[in-house]
Design a protein around this ligand. Structure first.
Ligand code: FAD
Length: 458
């Protein structure tokens, strides 16, 4: 049976598209909630999947988009969705995933609000776990130990600091929402090179295909090719740490409280995931993390239970176990001409205090805002303004996470004393504790407000 795509009109891809037009179109699915269609186009041996909308057919033919997003992790998908919702045509370019992402992400209230504005939170909310409290416990056996610190969301008038959600759920929701805009063309491939000019950028994929755009969003992760070929460069450093991640069931309720044990090798964070279910991020020396990951499941369950002093009763692991080596990186510039860097293409640090993707969301939020302010004609000149506005937030976040991590790892007594004194201050001084909590929920909001007022919009 021959299927005909209802959105395909010969002239749309043939006459106006010129020589570069795809030569074959195979609609796979039609009549699925009109005007939805899903069809595959073959061009120079490469397959494109077009979802919904003739505009996309035309754009694929011309190989030219308003925006190219390199990378389809959490940051890239959020950027593609945000810009597509403004009506921009977006090419989302990424290779097929090599392993599933078994992590969960604790999202603070400001991130949840933004995902709500993008229309994606509703589908995620059902499987998300409320974070009503955060507890920090000094689990070192050092001479000078910090007191336990308890943060309660009600103290700053909130029901929750945020929510914890599985990365797979979040990724699926973002991808579905981006596809539903009808403005995103998902292209399976890797960016290998790029040229940047006053009118925009041309991305060159590893098979030689070229795609033009006015704005290129680098969301291609910590080893970003776009960052490298733009000449931006980066400052990189290592930590002697690897994170072990898994999900588990337990006997007692977590009472919606996330508990972070601070050990001499890094944090051991237990974050609510469901009713009597939690996710674990156990940061340890790399050889210890790999040894733990290789343990038979019953032994690993015992080790997890012992590490948290049976706080939640018996532990039953309900997921696969993954390890994530930790490192640090900041790009020397966050934007340049028609290029902006978001997520781990711009900044990488250890998972302490759940800061990474929350910071990535704020990157995307600013790209979204600037793209709205400048309009299509201004997209190719956004880079420098984006860079200036991201410097304080990324700088402050990277420095504070790095400092906290190093004070844990440090065997130097004065450093341990300073850390203990700071945590004593947070337990004893109410206004300071509340300021810290507000900063956690909407990080950098005061500073960003100030920057917005000081820096020109165009
Ligand atoms: C153990 C752990 C726990 C964490 N927990 C939290 C948390 O609770 N809260 C929080 O906010 N953050 C957390 N983070 C941080 C968060 O996971 C990251 O900030 C986030 O996943 C980064 O997403 P990204 O899209 O920037 O990068 P990635 O997820 O690395 O995505 C990069 C994308 O680029 C693609 N790509 C690579 N090369 C190319 C190329 N050449 N061309 C095109 N595409 C390319 C990849 O295939 C991928 O799709 C945690 C991190 C770790 C390690």
């Amino acid at each position: 049976m021959t299927l005909v795509c209802p959105l395909y009109k010969p002239n749309a891809m043939g006459a106006d598209a010129g020589d570069g037009a795809p030569k074959r179109r195979i609609p796979l699915l039609i009549g699925f909630g009109q005007p939805y269609c899903l069809c595959v186009t073959t061009h120079r041996g490469r397959k494109y999947m077009h979802e919904s909308g003739e505009q996309i057919h035309r754009q694929a033919a011309a190989q030219s988009f308003d925006v190219c997003v390199a990378g389809a992790g959490l940051a890239g998908l959020t950027a593609a969705l945000a810009l597509a919702r403004q009506g921009y045509t977006v090419a989302a370019i990424a290779p097929a995933a090599t392993r599933p992402d078994l992590r969960t992400t604790a999202l603070f209230a400001a991130s949840v609000d933004y995902l709500g504005n993008l229309g994606v939170w509703e589908s995620v909310a059902q499987g998300a776990a409320r974070l009503a409290g955060i507890r920090l416990i000094d689990a070192t056996d050092r001479l000078f130990r910090a007191p336990q610190v308890d943060f309660d969301a009600t103290e700053i008038g909130l029901d929750a600091f945020g929510y914890n959600v599985s990365n797979q759920t979040l990724t699926t929701a973002l991808r579905d929402a981006a596809a539903a805009t009808g403005n995103v063309n998902f292209i399976e491939g890797s960016v290998a090179d790029a040229r940047f000019g006053a009118q925009g950028a041309t991305l060159v994929l590893s098979d030689g295909m070229e795609i033009d755009c006015r704005l290129a969003v680098a969301a291609d992760g910590r080893n970003s090719v776009l960052r490298a070929v733009s000449g931006i460069g980066e400052h990189k450093w290592k930590y002697p740490q690897t994170a072990l991640v898994l999900d588990f069931e337990h006997d007692f309720s977590h009472n919606d409280v996330s508990t972070e044990f601070h050990t001499p090798a890094g944090p051991f964070a237990v974050v609510p995931l469901g009713e009597r279910q939690s996710s674990l991020v156990w940061v340890a020396r790399p050889e210890r993390a790999e040894a733990l990951a290789a343990l038979p499941v019953e032994e690993l369950e015992r080790a997890v239970e012992q590490r948290m002093q049976s706080m939640l009763g018996k532990v039953r692991i309900i997921s696969k176990v993954q390890t994530w080596p930790l490192s640090g990186m900041t790009a020397r510039q966050y934007g340049k001409g028609p290029l902006v860097l978001v997520g781990e293409a711009a900044h990488v640090f250890p998972p302490i205090g759940a800061q990474g993707f929350n910071l990535g969301i704020r990157d995307v939020e600013l790209v979204d805002k600037l793209a709205r302010e400048t309009g299509r004609d201004g997209l190719a000149k956004m880079g420098e303004r984006y860079h200036l506005r991201r410097v304080p937030d990324i700088g402050a976040r990277t420095a504070s996470v790095d400092l906290l991590n190093r004070t844990l790892l440090s065997a130097f007594l004065p450093v341990q004393i300073a850390r203990g004194v700071a945590l004593h201050a947070f337990t004893g001084i109410g206004p300071l504790r509340r300021m810290l909590m507000r900063e956690g929920v909407a990080p950098g909001s005061q500073l960003r407000h100030l920057m917005d007022r000081m820096l020109p919009a165009r």
